[in-house]
Design a protein around this ligand. Sequence first.
Ligand SMILES: Nc1ncnc2c1ncn2[C@@H]1O[C@H](COP(=O)(O)OP(=O)(O)OP(=O)(O)O)[C@@H](O)[C@H]1O
Ligand SMILES: [Mg+2]
Length: 477
Amino acid sequence: MRPDNMKKSRPSVLLADDEGTVRRAIATMLTETGYEVKTASSGDEALGLLKSRHFDILVTDLRMEGMDGLDLLVEAKSAKPNLPVILVTAYGTVAQAVEAMRRGADDFVTKPISPKELKERIAKALSRRDMLREISELRKSKNTKRRRSDYIIGSSPAMRKVLDQISLVARNDVPVTIYGESGTGKELAARTIHRLSSRNEKPFVPVNCGALPEELLESELFGHVKGAFTGASSNRAGLFFAAHEGVLFLDEISEMSPRLQVGLLRVLQTGEVRPVGGDVTSKIDVRIIAATNRPLQNMVALSTFRQDLYYRINVLPMILPPLRERLEDLPELVDHFRILYNSELDKNIEGISPGALKRLKEHSWPGNVRELQNIIKQAMVVANGPVIHVRDLFQFEQGEIDATSKVDLSQPYRQQRDELIRTFEKAYATKLLTAAKGKITEAAKMGGLDRKSLWALLKRNNIDPKPFKRKMQGHSH
Ligand SMILES: Nc1ncnc2c1ncn2[C@@H]1O[C@H](COP(=O)(O)OP(=O)(O)OP(=O)(O)O)[C@@H](O)[C@H]1O
Ligand SMILES: [Mg+2]
């Protein structure tokens, strides 16, 4: 491309015509108009010139010996897709000119050439090209512009490694599998890979494989033809098509049924998708990024995940570390969410007290960054000064325990049990103190505990009963 920062030079025109007199006449006229003109006496010569240097526009006669204008058009567009091409046709070959437009010509003029008309057409084609270029640059900058919520925060060694992997993986167009506990940022990582990759102007399509029953997920992914099943009242393109040339994010891929695993494997092997109930396949070009909080390798060993599929998608595996293993990232993360929610909640929180930060460092973070994000947001809602204090933390903990959904065979039994108990204890004590308005004797009675056990419970979980009293006083105003 022409170095655009140089003094704006005259637009360059490549003119192809095998009739010398016509060629020279047009060339003279265009040069006088202020264009830089280069001429070619055949399609082949024009193509050679096009490939050897930059031109702003190609003007070619349609009828030429050897490679004619139509062939030149097709060749030129395949070599330089954004090059505007104007065809010059003899009177009476307008039908051919229309055909040429269909094949990508930008415009045509008929002989005998009116200098005024040719000049106008060239100017129009050039300004159209500039506009298209601007739009594509705008789109690019829009897609690659980062909002704060796109940031991946963390400078711990573990997160640095993740960030390095993300940039490596983004540059290589192969499947990726992202492992990590719930809330560790798997989707954020996947979106970042997409944004940094060459597919960033094409869609990122997320689909949660664990959220839909098998048949529904199947037709979501592959699409279906009219009448494929009850309720299929029309053809529908699936998410593979929606993600064409972009990224399909298969979240919770471990939950995919064996039958759909076969279907997915076939798509990956053939690059073709067949809608449910249809018999025609279509080519698609999609990059798969998968995510899971279960170790697929163990599932392969237990034969609940196909080994061949595992090898296909696990080309570049990445592991997102749990928050409890990189607590040094806490201050940075807290600050990040503080700034994010200051603007979202229209607040002016300036920071967090050392005590509150310490309290956060003592938490076990079973919900990882997502949990932290919620805790900070809630704290900012209840804080009544410019600083987040201990009393603002963990005020809304639901602590609802769905024991079966928490069972994770990849983690040791005792660790999981202790985490569940901690979560439960915290939730219980918080609710109890809230109900008893911070009065220990009353709370102990309500909970069927003696005062000593209640104190022990509170101490274990770093819960201070005072704020519960304060809250009540606040209400009585
Ligand atoms: N390192 C990080 N820096 C900043 N924000 C993060 C980070 N990790 C996660 N988040 C934020 O935390 C939230 C949860 O992240 P995300 O949805 O990517 O997690 P996930 O691993 O997909 O979780 P789940 O398994 O529950 O779906 C998001 O709002 C995300 O933006
Ligand atoms: Mg997720």
